[in-house]
Design a protein around this ligand. Structure first.
Ligand code: GDP
Length: 613
């Protein structure tokens, strides 16, 4: 942030006070926050951004449109323009409550419609061992709000600190994996990301991954260049690497805030927090504390003595003790609430993390909590949610290369997001360029994330959260990732020739790509008897041991683990009747096309092929 104190020591009063056309009347002071960007000032003062930048230059401040200046500097420009300003008092959620209680509703700074500024919710991300946990600890130790309770006694998944009388909420589960897992469940609670980069190690693969995950979520990034106490620390190298990754920090002419810190020595923490507040100011985060509360579950557990406990981050409204809540599939009453310091509280305004006691079953992380009137309303809401979820599940198919064309035509997709994993770094750029070139007028191909190494669960999570497909080039898919992709219907395609990959994506966008087929096992049966039907047709008398047998399905005849024949079910009979399907536990007669050499004890495996992305 730019301050006029350093850069404009003379604080020169308006030398050229020429009032600007269209500027508001002098009699109405314009309310400004503690920090404003040039763009915001131009809107508040009703003058062009260029005008503001020119005036800043006169004061020796080189600014771009996103540059943030403090109130004092803004006020100087205002005077320069013949305008009067006053500092907007920021109403804190906690203050708002006591104010409401006192029936003093019209406070300076209160926003229209009961909205107030709420604390930003911050997640820390970065490469392993770069100091995420240490930084969270350092912030907690130096700035916790609730020192009364003797510091933090328990872990509830988030905590709050106070900076110049304003609160910041930190999520206590660092890393982009947890962040994206929440998004994959449809919950985005983070307002700002702190990207931790160790100054002695520089930008690493997970740093890049974190950048892409934050970008995909549209969450702004503040860089904390950590471990500056170390002998090998090289912050400039970090800045250069960040620029190469598309994050240009302020002192390199960009608009990304970076702050040197040492989590070990606890230095740079106030500056980091101050910058988070500035960004929060720009983001203009608001919520209405007077409404019934809504929030997201960020942690849940069953406590042996206390029962189901969960931490909810209140996103809007105020959660109060005694209220009825619907959480995911369950409902209950808020019996008690505890803040991050384990202290019992009665009310939780927006952006407050609270541990809640009152459900009989622990909810799922990512579940939405809603305050409702009573039990009946809770049940109705849960039923409605259920219905909506079912509809959504039926309608919202994950995008894959074989259905993208249909989804484009149905107007559901304007962009094909791709997560690209390759074996070597050198392949990424040429593949990216070739894939992006395939974009058509109707749909844009966008590489959401690219990196080297196998396809991991984190890649699948990002694909779910961003409705993207995963493409591998000469890489394997980790088992967990494979299972998760199958569960969620995420498409993974692997290639070893770039041309084939690009051609497939091109075809997919034109609706010309044939879907891949995946075999699904329907069931098994064991041969218990042999019959002859008609003149020479042999029939196997079987018992369906699991799943089902279907006429027309694929079938394999297996003897002692060896496949003797792969064919189709030509006939299927129960007693004398032809049937379409026979389920587990029933006997039937099966004729396999082109096969008659059955033996008692042979196993029949039934299967069918399904289209897959
Ligand atoms: P995480 O994996 O990103 O959560 O990293 P940790 O917070 O666990 O830190 C990894 C290691 O780096 C630990 O041994 C920390 O003590 C050390 N570390 C973290 N921050 C600093 C720092 O500012 N300076 C130094 N010298 N070491 C640090």
């Amino acid at each position: 942030m730019v301050s006029s104190e350093k850069q404009n020591p003379t604080n020169k009063p308006a030398a050229d006070k020429a009032p600007v056309a269209g500027a508001p009347a002098k009699t109405a002071p314009i309310e400004l926050p503690a920090a404003s960007s040039v763009r915001q000032l131009s809107e508040s003062f009703n003058v062009s951004p260029v005008e503001i930048i020119k005036r800043l230059m006169k004061s020796g401040i080189m600014a771009n449109i996103n540059q943030v200046v403090d109130y004092k500097t803004a006020a100087t420009i205002a005077t320069d323009l013949g305008l009067e300003t006053r500092l907007k008092h920021r109403v804190l959620a906690s203050e708002q409550h006591s104010e409401l209680k006192d029936h003093q509703k019209s406070q300076p700074g209160e926003l229209a419609g009961g909205l107030i500024h709420r604390p930003p919710v911050v997640t820390i991300m970065g490469h392993v061992d770069h100091g995420k946990t240490k930084l969270l600890d350092a912030i907690r130790q130096t700035n916790v709000v609730d020192t009364e309770a003797g510091g933090i006694t328990q872990h509830i998944g988030a905590y709050q600190v106070e900076v110049n009388g304003q609160k910041v909420t930190f999520l206590d589960t660092p890393g982009h994996e947890a962040f994206t897992a929440m998004r994959a469940r449809g919950a985005q609670v983070t307002d700002i990301t702190v990207l931790v980069v160790a100054a002695d190690d520089g930008v690493m693969p997970q740093t890049l991954e974190a950048i892409d995950h934050a970008k995909a979520a549209g969450v702004p990034i503040v860089v904390a260049i950590n471990k500056i106490d170390k002998a090998g620390a090289n912050p400039d190298r970090v800045k250069q690497q960040l620029a190469e990754a598309g994050l240009v920090v302020e002192d390199w002419g960009g608009d990304v805030i970076s702050v040197p810190v040492s989590a070990r020595e606890k230095t740079g923490i106030p500056q980091l927090l101050e910058n988070l507040m500035i960004l929060a100011e720009i983001e203009d985060l608001k919520a209405d504390p007077t409404k019934p509360a809504e929030g997201t579950v960020i942690e849940a557990k069953m406590d042996k003595t206390r029962g189901a406990l969960f931490t909810v981050l209140v996103s809007s409204g105020t959660l109060k003790e005694g209220e009825v809540i619907a959480v995911g599939e369950n409902w209950g009453r808020v019996k008690a609430m505890f803040n991050y310091a384990g202290k019992r509280i009665k009310k939780a305004p927006p952006s407050t993390p609270v541990e809640v006691l009152g459900l009989s079953v622990a909810p799922q992380v990512g579940d939405i909590m809603t305050v409702v009137e009573d039990e009946k309303a809770a049940q109705a809401l849960i039923a409605k949610k259920h219905e909506a979820l079912e509809k959504e599940a039926a309608a919202a198919k994950a995008v894959n290369l074989s259905n993208v064309y249909d989804q484009i035509n149905a107007g559901k997709v304007q962009e094909l997001g791709i997560i690209l994993k390759t074996d070597v770094q050198g392949s990424i750029e040429p593949i990216k360029n070739s894939l992006e070139k395939v974009s058509t007028d109707a749909v844009k191909v966008r590489i959401i994330h690219s990196g080297t190494g196998n396809i991991t669960e984190s890649d699948i999570m990002l694909a779910i959260a961003s409705k993207a497909v995963v493409i591998g080039f000469n890489v394997a898919t980790e088992l967990g990732a494979k299972k998760q992709a199958e569960r969620e219907g995420i498409s993974i395609r692997n290639y070893s020739i770039i041309y084939n990959m690009v051609e497939d994506v091109e075809k997919a966008l034109k609706g010309l790509l044939a879907p891949t087929l995946v075999e699904v096992i329907d069931g098994h049966a064991e041969i218990r008897a042999l019959f002859t039907a008609g003149k020479k047709e042999k029939i196997a008398g079987v018992m369906v041991t699991d799943g089902k047998a279907t006429r027309g399905a694929g079938v394999r005849v297996v003897r002692k683990g060896k496949i003797l024949k792969t064919s189709t079910v030509e006939s299927l009979r129960r007693f004398k009747d032809d049937v379409r399907e026979v389920n587990t536990g029933y006997e039937c007669g099966v004729g396999v096309e082109g096969f008659s050499d059955y033996q008692i004890g042979d196993i029949l495996e039934f299967f069918h092929n399904e289209k897959s992305g």
